[in-house]
Write a protein that binds this ligand. Structure first.
Ligand SMILES: C[S@@+](CC[C@H](N)C(=O)[O-])C[C@H]1O[C@@H](n2cnc3c(N)ncnc32)[C@H](O)[C@@H]1O
Length: 269
């Protein structure tokens, strides 16, 4: 896997995150978000709602537990279903854009879309004049697709990395994670991610993180996931992050399945 180091980057470290911070509800903007309804189902879903586990899909999940090569797993997910066929596909990253605005992220900020895959967030940021966007993903297939779509432009760096072994060589003014952190079901992996976040975000930088909500699916793409409330996420982030806004989203998959998400926008101390 290619490694990319940004020569302009800082190797500064910050102290590890300490868990348990109260949600500052007085300053936090809490609103539900329901996007427009997409078209009717086109294929079977691989994400299973906790209230209705389908045995066939659970079997897929079991077999995926045995997959040791994460890159192959994610490449297959994108190649088998196509970018617009994966359950997390959204034609417009509306809530990401809303929260980026809410955080007041300037177009010259360094943006990291961790596990960005083939998401169209990068396209929208380019359209809005952002000049320093990094999209990191373990799936070469997803990155290739997005790169073909966006084209070779100086404003975008494509980082083919496993975030569990990646060390940020610089800090970012916005760290965006939609539907990646919730795949980390082992405490050691979550700690590794949070250390990475701590060393990769600028002081005062914005964080947007979206995971399945407490009543969301238990599996996605054949993998078990962890589910979070906004308070759970803020507790994990600890006092180094101050909540700016939280949202509940009902994402509709291309197959017509509703998936409740929890979103948190926060600012690093
Ligand atoms: C559910 S998808 C979400 C993709 C994108 N954030 C979006 O909203 O469309 C999860 C993404 O995380 C990536 N991913 C999973 N594990 C990863 C890891 N260890 N390192 C980097 N990327 C990872 C997958 O390849 C996939 O693109």
């Amino acid at each position: 896997m290619a490694r990319h180091q940004d020569p302009s980057g800082s190797e500064d470290r910050v102290k590890p995150l300490t868990p348990r911070a109260p949600l500052r509800a007085d300053k936090t903007d809490i609103r539900p978000f329901c996007p427009p309804q997409p078209p009717l189902p086109t294929h079977d879903e691989l994400c299973v709602a906790s209230s209705n586990p389908a045995p066939m899909l659970a079997k897929v999940a079991e077999s995926a537990d045995a997959v040791t090569d994460r890159a192959d797993h994610w490449d297959s997910a994108y190649r088998d279903r196509g970018v617009a066929g994966v359950s997390w596909f959204q034609s417009e990253p509306a809530l990401s854009l809303e929260l980026i605005e809410r955080l007041g992220v300037a177009p010259d900020a360094a943006v990291m879309d961790v596990g960005g895959g083939a998401s169209s967030l990068v396209d929208h940021l380019v359209d809005r004049g952002f000049t320093d966007i990094s999209v990191l993903d373990i799936s070469q297939a997803a990155l290739e697709d997005a790169r073909l779509r966006v084209g070779e432009i100086a404003a975008v760096r494509w980082l083919h990395e496993d975030l569990l072994s990646w060390n940020p060589a610089r800090r970012y003014g916005l760290w965006h994670d939609r539907a990646v952190f919730h795949f980390l079901t082992e405490e050691a992996d979550r700690d590794r991610y949070l250390d990475c976040l701590g060393s990769g975000i600028e002081p005062g930088g914005g964080l947007i993180i979206a995971t399945f909500a407490e009543d969301g699916p238990e599996y996605c793409s054949g993998l078990r996931v962890a589910r979070y409330s906004a308070q759970d996420l803020l507790n994990l982030l600890g006092p180094e992050f101050q909540a700016v806004a939280v949202r509940r989203e009902l994402h509709m998959t291309p197959g017509g399945v509703v998936q409740p998400f929890t979103w948190v926008a926060a600012r690093a101390a």
